[in-house]
Design a protein around this ligand. Structure first.
Ligand SMILES: [Zn+2]
Length: 114
């Protein structure tokens, strides 16, 4: 059964995904790497190793995770869907990450009609 995600700022279901972040940790408690894929351009990044404060970016403190960043069509809220592994379970959560009034204009510019 599918259910539409809601904006955690205004509860609208009109969310647009901007990018997908994959946090790979080959060994539990080992080094964490981030892969970046844009949803509005063909850009795909090489894996970058997370060190220092950047390590806390991985939603999983010890294992792997996937995050999807969204902007909302109805408000300037930015949000993130996190899916992460923790103690043999898979957890999912939607959270607020910030606000940006310019993204809806950028999205319209980045995705011309075909
Ligand atoms: Zn919203």
């Amino acid at each position: 059964m599918a259910k539409a995600l809601e904006c955690p700022w205004c509860r609208s279901e009109n969310l647009h995904h901007m990018e997908v972040l994959v946090y790979a940790r080959p060994k539990e408690d080992g080094p964490s790497y981030r892969h970046f894929v844009s949803a509005v351009s063909p850009a795909v990044s090489f894996p970058s190793k997370l060190d220092g404060e950047a390590l806390s970016e991985n939603p999983s403190p010890r294992r792997s995770a996937v995050s999807v960043n969204f902007f909302c069509e109805m408000c300037p809220g930015l949000s993130r869907l996190d899916i992460w592994q923790h103690k043999g379970e898979t957890h999912i959560a939607m959270r607020r990450t910030g606000r940006d009034d310019t993204l809806r204009e950028l999205e319209a510019f980045a995705c011309p009609p075909f």
